[in-house]
Design a protein around this ligand. Structure first.
Ligand code: AOF
Ligand code: ZN
Length: 379
């Protein structure tokens, strides 16, 4: 009947507008830290009158952006938002109050904000003002998009994405570190896009000394979206002549080191524009930085999404410590041979691909490479 049809249509419309809000929110990923990248859409009589997303640095929040664009049209309109509107006086006034003041009649919100300062109070404040609030549409996607914020709030560490580019026989390099082609152009471009969507990117000192990487996002037009570069460097062996140190004034470089590494080396790096951050070391051999302490320090500084790019020892330590939330496995068409460098050092790659701790979220073909994305099974 007519009523059922109308409600079906409006459900489909709700879903469409929430999808748009999710897409808008993702625009901010990698540059809103310490805040989540939220999206918001204002709809009046079926027409979009305002769009907004969290701005670089985390403010303004998404909702006031969308409301500002909607202006007077917000009165009586519906607001779609990918995270519960905030209710606290933080560095910006509460979005819930802005929504009430704008005269919004209904709010469709994807998911509750776990931030203890919000945690349901945003929705409650809206309801108390007589606004209809529907929570849960798009919750699965929103939880994925805000995984960094959730992880940081709940576990005081970032969401960790491990990127592995392997040959057809699961190697990440040739013996003696001879240069070999593993991934094609499309796969490389995809990795650079992921870099732009992460707040920080982490490598070990071995990789820096072997490859002298720059670790920036080099997609045309997206160069300004480079993440913070983080190096695990227990004994401060980072060469002053490396590309990382040379570019430290343009793109932030954080060097994680032990409490015991030498002060003059730290001063030199500081003078070159890097930030030296001291963390605890492991108590059991082999000597290394305590990865959980590293993650806590990064979260403390506001990092919500961390990409781990290698090398094999760093990757395997993160996997072994159970600190990987998501894996991007790129597999190229060529074999390297039994003497190549194994992707996860002493661990077999099946520690991810066959592990009950991970499931495949998506896979796609990128020219001659395949990309498989694994996500941690929460439980
Ligand atoms: C929203 N919309 O777009 C974002 C929100 O320090 P403040 O005032 O900027 O508040 C930061 C907190 O606000 C952050 O930890 C998270 O809980 C929420 N982020 N909230 O309503 C947004 N980015
Ligand atoms: Zn807000």
């Amino acid at each position: 009947d007519q009523f059922a049809q109308k409600s079906r249509l409006s459900k489909a419309a709700d879903l469409r507008f929430m999808q748009l809000a999710l897409t808008l929110g993702r625009r901010g990923q990698g540059r809103t830290w310490p805040n989540p990248a939220v999206g918001a859409v204002v709809v009046k009589d079926g027409i979009i009158v305002g769009r907004g997303w969290t701005q670089p640095g985390g403010r303004p929040h998404a909702e006031p952006e969308a409301l500002r664009r909607a202006g007077e049209a917000a009165r009586g309109a519906t607001l779609y938002v990918t995270l519960e509107p905030c209710s606290h006086f933080g560095k910006s006034p509460p979005c819930a109050d802005a929504i009430i003041a704008a005269g919004i009649a209904r709010v469709v919100s994807a998911i509750e904000d776990p931030n203890p300062e919000v945690a349901g109070q945003g929705h409650a404040r809206l309801r108390a003002a007589g606004i209809t609030v529907d929570v849960g549409l798009g919750a699965v996607e929103a939880a994925r998009d805000h995984a960094g914020h959730f992880r940081r709030v709940r576990d005081k560490r970032p969401h960790v994405i491990l990127k592995l580019a392997v040959s057809s026989d699961d190697k990440i390099g040739a013996a003696g570190r001879k240069p070999v082609a593993i991934s094609g152009e499309a796969a490389k471009a995809r990795v650079h896009l992921l870099r732009a969507r992460c707040d920080a990117i982490l490598v070990g000192i071995g990789t820096v000394r072997a490859d002298d990487p720059l670790l920036t996002c080099r997609l045309p037009g997206m160069e300004a979206r480079s993440p913070v570069r983080v190096v695990l460097d227990r004994a401060l062996r980072l060469p002053g002549a490396s590309k990382l140190v040379h570019s430290a004034r343009e793109t932030p470089l954080w060097v994680m080191t032990s409490d015991l590494s030498e002060a003059p080396a730290a001063m030199k790096l500081g003078a070159a524009g890097a930030q030296v951050i001291r963390v605890a070391t492991t108590t059991a051999p082999p000597p290394g930085l305590d990865l959980l302490a590293v993650l806590h320090a990064l979260a403390e500084k506001g990092i919500t999404r961390l990409m781990v790019e290698g090398g094999a020892r760093v990757a395997s330590s993160f996997v072994a410590a159970g600190l990987v939330d998501e894996v991007w496995l790129l597999r190229g068409p060529n074999a390297i041979g039994a003497d190549g460098i194994a992707a996860l050092d002493a661990l077999p790659l099946t520690a991810i691909t066959q592990s009950p701790a991970f499931r495949v979220r998506a896979s796609e073909t990128l020219q001659s490479d395949t990309l498989t994305i694994y996500e941690r099974v929460e439980g």
